[in-house]
Design a protein around this ligand. Sequence first.
Ligand SMILES: CC(=O)SCCNC(=O)CCNC(=O)[C@H](O)C(C)(C)COP(=O)(O)OP(=O)(O)OC[C@H]1O[C@@H](n2cnc3c(N)ncnc32)[C@H](O)[C@@H]1OP(=O)(O)O
Length: 206
Amino acid sequence: MKLAVYGAGGHAKVVVEIARQLGYQTISLFDERWQELGETEGCQVIGGWQDMLSHLASNPDCSAHVAIGNNSTRLKRLQTLKDLDVKLPVLIHPKAYVCCSAHLGDGSVVMANATVSVGSSIGLGCIINHNSSVDHDVKLGDCVHICPGVNLAGEVQVGHETMIGIGSCVIQGIIINDRVFIGAGSVVVKDVKCAEKVYGNPAKSP
Ligand SMILES: CC(=O)SCCNC(=O)CCNC(=O)[C@H](O)C(C)(C)COP(=O)(O)OP(=O)(O)OC[C@H]1O[C@@H](n2cnc3c(N)ncnc32)[C@H](O)[C@@H]1OP(=O)(O)O
């Protein structure tokens, strides 16, 4: 199995490790800094975005993943790949637990020790990071990042391109809108409006 990964930074290292666990034998990395990076996690970084598109065009059996931490950049790149009908598999670490009734959008990644519970629906290109839990009937939009150690209670809704900072928790039924930034270690007990940055316990705007 072949995988082309866009992005070759810290997040890409974790993605490469998961892809290897899942049996991808040929992993090619692409990043605009490819000349300075050389290799990441034992994989050669062989070009930038245009090179990745050429590589995918000449290798129709190759799947792709966008391993960029920035949610809006990740979404733009994924939309281009979707328009080109590139295969964008969901990457689930063998030590993650994803219920069979959960739905994961193309290009999402679920890291080790994360749990995605019953009835959850996760959009395109989401990152469900290490040791996080997404409880029953949670809905995530596209390119949401659930950082390590986050706990989302049942029926939480999270909008597109939102980042929930490391170690935060969100009580049941809360609605967090698009492009929100929740600071590390926050306790979210009220709905959060679009593009707000909130943090603390209880989480509030600064
Ligand atoms: C695998 C991975 O690495 S995934 C990446 C995980 N990373 C994260 O989750 C990072 C989340 N980022 C944060 O929490 C950031 O601190 C932010 C975005 C909330 C705030 O960043 P900034 O806007 O730059 O705020 P800044 O650092 O200037 O701090 C402003 C004030 O808020 C306080 N503050 C900042 N973050 C937090 C927080 N999470 N909780 C409580 N207080 C905070 C600061 O102590 C400071 O207080 P002071 O004015 O009394 O000194």
